[in-house]
Design a protein around this ligand. Structure first.
Ligand SMILES: C[S@@+](CC[C@H](N)C(=O)[O-])C[C@H]1O[C@@H](n2cnc3c(N)ncnc32)[C@H](O)[C@@H]1O
Length: 254
């Protein structure tokens, strides 16, 4: 009789997860090897902020250093990283009117790319939330934000009242050691009923970032089932960053 090797499902899932990480690392290596020095340097710098096992504090320290002397914006120029333009276009489509009075929180605002893009589309009431002080200092200089919060989005309560914003937007704030799934609860709390939460992130993170794999989308669904929000759309978009697909979620707060 043929012997069948029995693999416990948790082991099987661990092996699949390890394999996804290896594939992502191999993909990064292929990209770095096949690109110009400039592109491969930029890709490596970005990979450094998302390396497997990085903690939230390590990632934020990394960003603060990366922001110095404009290095982040040189590496993640808007030709290589389209997230801020994608996010701003989604918000512009969603709000054809009254943009100047639409109160927005740019979560994980970084150096202020999203704020700048929103500003040029007529959004004038935008706040920033960003835990890396070095990044937030760059964002402040852009003069496109009203209030700036140097805070993490996680399970902790933010110093922001319930139902404050018409819209919360995240571009690039999801990743290894970045915003955890629990952050969704705070987004819902601070966004007004009827308001919008828009999340733009790299699609492949759903399959190999341990925090999100089999957790982020199920939590999004749970929150919908609990009547907290309603998913308006989930779009996969090309060329989010370095030719990687992005995924854009829009949720309406109930
Ligand atoms: C790739 S940058 C994106 C910045 C900006 N949104 C943009 O599109 O250029 C990711 C940002 O997420 C921030 N971040 C990491 N963990 C965070 C958290 N838990 N809460 C809020 N922001 C976080 C980092 O400090 C960093 O500035």
């Amino acid at each position: 009789m043929r012997r069948v090797k029995v693999t416990r499902s948790s082991d099987y899932n661990d092996v699949r997860h390890e394999r996804s990480i290896e594939m992502a690392e191999e993909k990064a290596k292929r990209f770095i090897d096949s690109s110009s020095n400039v592109d491969s340097g930029a890709y490596s710098a970005n990979y450094g902020a998302h390396r497997v096992g990085i903690s939230m504090q390590e990632s934020v320290d990394y960003y603060s250093k990366w922001a110095q002397d404009g290095k982040y914006e040189q590496d993640l120029s808007l030709e290589r990283y389209n997230g801020p333009i994608i996010a701003a276009n989604y918000l512009a489509d969603h709000y054809p009117d009254n943009r100047s009075s639409t109160k927005i929180l740019d979560v994980a605002a970084g150096t202020g790319y999203v704020g700048e893009q929103l500003h040029t589309r007529g959004f004038k009431s935008v706040d920033a939330l960003e835990p890396a002080s070095g990044m937030l200092e760059q964002a402040r200089k852009k003069n496109v934000y009203t209030d700036l919060y140097c805070e993490f989005l996680n399970s902790k309560r933010l110093p922001i009242k319930d139902d404050t914003y018409d819209c919360c937007v995240i571009s690039g704030g999801m990743g290894e050691g970045h915003i955890p799934c629990d952050g969704l609860h705070e987004l819902i709390r601070i966004t007004k009923p009827g308001g919008l939460v828009c999340i733009v992130m790299r699609e492949e993170y759903l399959s190999y970032v341990g925090e999100y794999k089999d957790r982020l989308e199920p939590l999004m669904q749970e929150l919908e089932d609990a009547g907290k929000w309603e998913q308006l759309s989930r779009d996969v978009v090309p060329k989010y960053s370095f030719d990687n697909n992005g995924v854009v979620y829009k949720f309406k707060i109930c």
